[in-house]
Design a protein around this ligand. Structure first.
Ligand code: DQA
Length: 146
């Protein structure tokens, strides 16, 4: 199946950015291990990072146009702000899993609210880069069961 991984703002700085919260792996490290895992599971993975909200909205639209079956998304700060990305996911009806590297419930109160969790297939947070791998494993299972 076709699976798209979408990463929001500042995730291009992983490795450098607050390693206490986000770990020492870079986004390229995460991409590399997901691509390996996807290949083993026979999925076509596309991996993206964008700092701009409108670009992420368009990536969701492109996912629809390209018949992407499943989205794994870390909306980063847009988690807590973006009605536009939420609406894009609702409009396209592409099933998705929400991932956060850090445990958003153990941080500032404003990180507890997500515009995505209630419409996600599932939510993973606090497990670092492993969260993306678990999301891909879960996506594989959900797609096999449909
Ligand atoms: C994040 C958590 C968000 O609150 C934050 O704005 C991010 C990253 C995470 O992966 O833990 O940029 O989504």
């Amino acid at each position: 199946a076709a699976i798209s991984v979408l990463n929001g703002p500042n995730l291009n700085l992983l490795g450098l950015r607050e390693p206490g919260h986000y770990g020492v792996k870079t986004l390229a490290d995460i991409q590399h291990s997901l691509e390996k895992q996807a290949k083993l599971l026979n999925h076509q993975l596309s991996f993206h990072q964008n700092n701009a909200e409108h670009d992420i909205v368009e990536l969701v639209h492109h996912a629809y146009t390209n018949a992407v079956d499943f989205i794994i998304i870390n909306p980063a700060a847009f988690t807590h702000t973006s009605v536009a990305i939420r609406d894009a996911l609702l409009a396209t009806k592409i099933p998705f899993i929400e991932v956060h590297l850090s445990n958003v419930h153990a941080r500032e109160p404003f990180r507890k609210h997500s515009y995505f969790s209630d419409i996600a297939k599932g939510v993973i947070c606090g497990l670092g880069a492993t969260g993306y791998e678990l999301a891909l494993q879960a996506a594989h299972q959900i797609l096999a069961e449909r």
